[in-house]
Design a protein around this ligand. Structure first.
Ligand SMILES: [Mg+2]
Length: 395
């Protein structure tokens, strides 16, 4: 059983939450100016046809009373980390797709919490109670069904498709609902007389493969409810990473540092939640599109001892940034930690008594304070009781 949790109009909902005068009004988050683009639109704005990725000028034309708010990425990243901690109360198998959506494999937690619907409802209620934000959750026997279900559940809803109902749910939907089916593929399918997922499922396999190539069988498998894609949970990972794309080129060090800190804190929390430390810190960035080398740049440094501490990770990443000669304006920045060491028992990260946490050379007081802070952040894991989950999973 896979859940797909997706915050509703995430950035816009955060702005409406933090400024009550915006509630019930059309709001767009993005950047103003000539090249401005809408990053997120509130549901009130969507009624006017405003959509994300739309030029701000178009949004203003569609909806004259729309309120524009600037993107506050560090705020959204912080909320995203909190949302992810809520997910971890229910399963360690979480695959984030972006700041505001993730797949959760809850198969091993069903017995402990009763049902997928019970887990989804608890997640929704905890996000609402702790963050005052709406989240929709869909669930089903595969990623495709879960993702479509969360879309149908919006706004502020819940829809679980039981596995025996998978085909009945999928068949009437348009093929464009399938992940990865863009306009070109949809037009090709339409030219073959295939409109619905059911029609795609029923068509002869060799015909589909002839028209769509090697992608055909995979696509048809999805249409037939054969969705074997796994949730790539943290435990099977070789690294933990977070990144974001800016809506505009960024060259100010403070902006970059703000995001690096937010990413490092999220990565460190996930390490601690999974009783893991990492040794190699990687900073990655993509130079601006106006730069001739639009490629991903990575810079790494290996620490003397593994760490699960956010400030250690962000300081290392910023040292790598500061070592760049003549750094370009960038469009993307990310922080990754690899060289994982999973042998550390969970309690050591919770209660902060390990001697191997990579803090040699720092004052004891500073170390204790950071440990206390980390422990407070990890309180969530303690209250949750990861042992309960492990028992549920092994039964
Ligand atoms: Mg969303």
């Amino acid at each position: 059983m896979i859940l797909h949790a997706d915050m509703d109009a995430f950035y816009a909902s955060v702005e409406q939450r933090d400024d009550p005068s915006l509630r019930g009004r059309p709001v767009a988050v993005g950047f103003g100016g000539k090249r401005g683009v809408v990053a997120a639109a509130s549901y009130e704005a969507r009624k006017f046809g405003v959509r994300s990725a739309m030029p701000s000028s178009t949004a203003k034309r569609l909806c004259s009373e729309i309120v524009f708010k600037r993107c506050r990425m560090p705020v959204y990243a912080e909320i995203s980390a909190h949302v992810r901690e809520i997910f971890y109360r229910y399963t360690p198998l979480i695959e984030p797709l972006s700041l505001d959506e993730a797949y959760l494999d809850v198969t091993g937690s069903l017995r402990l919490f009763g049902s997928a619907a019970a887990i989804a409802e608890r997640i929704r209620r905890e996000i609402y109670d702790e963050l005052n934000l709406p989240c929709s959750v869909g669930g089903g026997a595969g990623k495709l069904v879960a993702k479509i279900a969360s879309k149908k559940a919006k706004p502020d809803g819940l829809l679980i498709v039981q596995s025996e109902g998978t085909l009945a749910f999928l068949r009437p939907l348009r093929v464009s609902e399938i992940w990865g089916v863009g306009r070109v593929t949809e037009e090709k399918l339409l030219s073959m007389g295939i409109v619905t997922i059911g029609a795609l499922a029923d068509r002869r396999s060799d015909e589909i493969e002839r028209e769509l190539g090697s992608w055909g069988p995979l696509l048809q498998g999805l249409a037939r409810g054969e969705d074997l894609r796994r949730v790539e949970g943290d435990r099977s990972r070789k690294s933990y990473g977070e990144e974001n794309t800016f809506n505009d080129d960024v060259s100010e060090r403070e902006v970059i540092e703000g995001m690096v800190i937010a990413h490092a804190e999220t990565v460190a929390r996930r390490l601690r939640a999974n009783a893991t430390c990492g040794r190699t810190v990687t900073l990655k960035y993509r130079p601006s599109t106006r730069n001739d080398s639009f490629r991903l740049v990575t810079r790494s440094r290996t620490l003397p001892v593994p760490t699960d501490d956010g400030p250690t990770v962000s300081k290392t990443a910023m040292a790598l940034w500061d070592a760049e000669v003549d750094p370009p304006p960038i469009r993307l920045v990310g922080v990754q930690i690899s060289g994982l060491d999973r042998d550390k028992p969970l309690q050591l990260s919770l209660f902060g008594e390990s001697d191997d946490s990579g803090e040699s050379g720092r004052g004891g007081e500073d170390r204790d304070r950071r440990r206390a802070l980390n422990a407070a952040l990890d309180d969530i894991v303690e209250r949750f009781g990861s042992s309960a989950i492990k028992r549920g999973r092994s039964e």
